[in-house]
Design a protein around this ligand. Sequence first.
Ligand SMILES: O=C(O)CCC(=O)C(=O)O
Ligand SMILES: [Fe+2]
Length: 363
Amino acid sequence: MAPAAVVASDRPDFLVTAEEPKSLQSIFVRDEDERPKVAYNQFSKDIPVISLSGIAGEERGRVRDEVSKACSEWGIFQVVDHGVPQELVDSMTQLSRAFFALPAEEKLKYDMRGGKRGGFVVSSHLQGEAVLDWREICTYFSYPLHQRDYTRWPVKPDGWRDVVEKYSESLMGLACKLLGIISEALGLETEAVTNACVEMDQKVVINFYPKCPQPDMTLGLKRHTDPGTITLLLQDQVGGLQATKDDGKNWITVEPIQGAFVVNLGDHMHYLSNGKFKSADHQAVVNSNSSRLSIATFQNPAQEAIVYPLDGVVKEAEGEKCFMEEPITFAQMYSRKMSRDIELARQKKIAKLQAQEPEGAKA
Ligand SMILES: O=C(O)CCC(=O)C(=O)O
Ligand SMILES: [Fe+2]
């Protein structure tokens, strides 16, 4: 049986071109059941928007309750009044757009293919996908500081590196503030989740989704949950982030709010909470009217951090059970997730090929 993975020669080096393509290459065409069901600009107000103003004082209880409700229902919410300076957000957005507008040969100096840690690539740096995502990405591994490899950080456009450093630091601060509230929302000490991360790891992925000739047949980023603890997502005003809380039956498009961050809980957080908090089930759709930029800051635990419900979360006296059989490390959790995703894609491809075979050819 043919392998499900994309072969290297099918993968374009870049998507941004002077002349917009008229049709979609087949490598981007998704199966019908994966295609978008809701328009990129049909915005919904279902995702809670939470103001962090007064979080260190008398508003803390309100913020905690709102976060708790959003995490149980969706695993996703937006935050405003978060303290990240607007000028920094504006510079980060503007310089990121300028990076994707650079000539392809400049971006390809940081080509990530072949397992490089950080840089530029089309779709995803992961191996084994059967269909490609309609996006270019640039990614930085920003924390822990002692693992930072500046040789993988683009030097153009001028000044960007400096802005990325400031942005990373500011978002690390916001993430820690949020993890404190999330710990309290679980009825635990403020430091419980950050302690469980051992040493906080941070990766910034800048997603650029060019205008797409046939947006109904593809996705900017296929449906997934983020593996880590939380993700802070900055999106422009175009729209395209979609979420589902009922396993893909209904989708909503998250309304872009100027200056807000979308907060997604990841699988690590879901496990730490014994499933009380959801990991956000989401995807990004594209459109033919405008390109879109989003910047995802992934806050992950250390590779050796233990993934298991936190002490005090499982109330055995109230009849609750621990939903994990045994503790595993984050590295194990991640590799199991990746193998599962690749295996699912492989099985799907096989089923599709078998369905296409003429009756007589089926053994
Ligand atoms: O672009 C978006 O809105 C979603 C990005 C995302 O989910 C990711 O990078 O993991
Ligand atoms: Fe994501």
